[in-house]
Each structure stands twice: as structure tokens, then as C-alpha cells.
Design a binder for this molecule. Structure first.
Ligand code: GUN
Length: 291
């Protein structure tokens, strides 16, 4: 039987642990604060930041949201960032991507105080992660590691094929999984849109992580028997539903599950884990800033 890895349940356990940790911080008069910043009015981004605000409330993190007009100059966003860097009640914050075309996201990230960069995107934090000394693990890769651990997957010497080379998932996950650590020690192949013979690389893997942002790119014919399949994709595709779309992953779930030993669903797999790890990083930021 193929195990369906329940990200919602694992995320809920992590939130329960965080709630306890946050209560202990409250006893010491410390209350973690997270801010979300959104420039423009992209509907998917609005949904994401609303969910992050709700998550904070559930575990006892003080949350604030900053909206920046999508037509404003980049400086308006830089000003909001400078304010958050100076605000002692904000321990961490994220600037939701994508930002409007006239704003350079790299420059945005460079302006975030690395100690408050709970996304783990700042170049200093990227460097520390690659060096094996991560301050904050980026939320989605960290969530994938937690899911693999929960599913009892042994990474030691395992062949992992990651499909997707993004700065927020593919690259940091590859770096984490090759590290000398209990949740590392894997052999990692990173594939992308220019990879030749993609199916050959996914078929020979013990673990496939699909993070290409391409709806149902990976089907059952590309999955070897007994493979663990982690689907990071969240793609809105047109559908005859109330909202006019449905969410599908980068994996064709029904055909892939025929071959997989374990697989994450979309929704309810990696997504809830990403959100939980943002809360985790916020609590971590409080401890690091207290040191
Ligand atoms: N947009 C899509 N994923 C993310 C994320 O993890 N962090 C931020 N800031 N924006 C995103």
C-alpha cells in the first residue's frame, strides 16, 4: 500500500509544539512578532499572507501586515523594510514574492535585516546555509526534510532527484540534503527545464522531489517502484469549479501513486509544512535575538 504522507497532520503537530514554546516565552514576557509585507494585489499572494496571519493567531504569535501600493516606487517598499528592521516588536518578517516588475526582488532581500529574515533568502543566510551553519532554513525545504523524517525515510546514501532549481526550493533543498547530518547525507541530482532525459533521472531515484512549478510534469511512467514522491508544486489550473480553478501539483498524483511507496498530496502535503516552518523560524528568531 502506498502511504499518503499527511502534511496537514504533521504541520499540526509542529504548531502544537510551537504553541507550548510560545507559552514558555510568554512566561518570560517575550512575545514573538511576525510581519508580512505585500506589494501589489496579486490574489494568490493575498491568500498566502492571509493564511500566514491566521496561523500566527492560532499559535500565539503577534502578527502585523503591511500593504504597499503596487504602483508605488520601490522606495516605498524599502521604507517599509527599514521600519520593520527598526521595530523591536518584530522578530521576523517576509516580503511576499512576486513583487511588481519595476521592483528588483534581489535588492529587496538585501535590505532585510538577516537576523529577521525568516524566509532565509538574504545572501548572508544563503551563504551560511551552504556552509552548513544555517541561521534559518528556508521554510519549504525545511518542511520537506520534516516530512521525510516523519515518513521514516532513510536519507543516508539515498539517491534524491530534485526537479526544479529555484532559489527558494531546489537550490537550498539540495544543499541541505547533501550536508553531513541525520537529515542529510543523501546523493542529490538537481534537474531543471534544460535537463536531458529527465525521466531517466527521476526513475533511478529513491526519492523524487518535484519543485518545478509545472502542472503534473511528473507522471507515473517517470517513477520507479517504491520511490518516495514529494510534490512541492501548487499550480492553479482552469477548471469548472466555483472558483474557476483547481490546485494541482507538479506530479500526476493518480498515476504516480501506483508506483510510489509514499507520496504527498496537493493540497495537504508540503503546503501546510511551509507555513508551519515559517512559524518555527519566527520563534527561532526570538531566541537568536535574545542571545
Ligand atoms: N512566494 C512564494 N513562496 C514564497 C515564500 O516562501 N516566501 C515569500 N516571501 N514569498 C513567496
Amino acid at each position: 500500500m502506498t502511504e499518503i504522507i499527511d502534511g496537514k497532520a504533521v504541520a499540526s503537530e509542529i504548531r502544537d509544539d510551537l504553541t507550548d514554546a510560545i507559552e514558555r516565552l510568554a512566561d518570560a514576557d517575550a512575545r514573538p512578532g511576525l510581519a508580512t509585507v505585500l506589494m501589489g494585489d496579486d490574489p494568490a499572494s493575498q491568500t498566502y499572507v492571509n493564511m500566514k496571519q491566521r496561523d500566527c493567531e492560532e499559535v500565539g504569535i503577534e502578527s502585523t501586515h503591511v500593504d504597499v501600493d503596487g504602483d508605488a516606487p520601490a522606495e516605498a517598499l524599502y521604507d517599509a523594510i527599514a521600519d520593520l528592521n527598526d521595530d523591536p516588536e518584530i522578530h521576523g518578517y517576509i516580503v511576499q514574492a512576486p513583487v511588481p516588475d519595476h521592483v528588483d526582488y534581489r535588492e529587496v532581500i538585501r535590505r532585510v535585516d538577516p537576523a529577521k529574515d525568516v524566509d532565509g533568502f538574504h545572501p548572508e543566510n544563503v551563504g551560511r546555509l551552504v556552509a552548513g551553519d544555517a541561521r534559518f532554513r528556508p521554510c519549504t525545504p525545511h518542511g520537506v526534510q520534516k516530512l521525510l523524517a516523519h515518513a521514516g525515510v532513510d536519507l543516508e546514501g539515498a539517491d534524491v532527484t530534485i526537479v526544479g532549481r529555484s532559489d527558494i526550493v531546489g537550490k537550498p533543498l539540495a544543499n541541505l540534503l547533501i550536508q553531513k547530518a541525520d537529515d542529510g547525507n543523501a546523493t542529490v541530482t538537481v534537474c531543471h527545464s534544460r535537463t536531458d532525459n529527465l525521466a531517466e533521472k527521476t526513475r533511478r531515484a529513491d526519492i523524487v522531489v518535484a519543485a518545478a512549478g509545472a502542472p503534473e510534469l511528473i507522471d507515473g511512467s517517470m517513477i520507479g517502484e517504491g520511490t518516495v514522491v514529494i510534490d512541492v508544486g501548487v499550480n492553479r489550473v482552469d477548471a469548472d469549479t466555483e472558483k474557476g480553478y483547481e490546485l494541482v501539483g507538479d506530479v500526476e498524483f493518480e498515476s504516480a501513486r501506483e508506483h510510489a511507496s509514499a507520496i504527498t498530496p496537493v493540497p495537504g502535503g508540503v503546503g501546510p509544512m511551509t507555513r508551519a516552518m515559517l512559524l518555527y523560524n519566527t520563534v527561532r528568531a526570538v531566541s537568536l535575538q535574545a542571545d
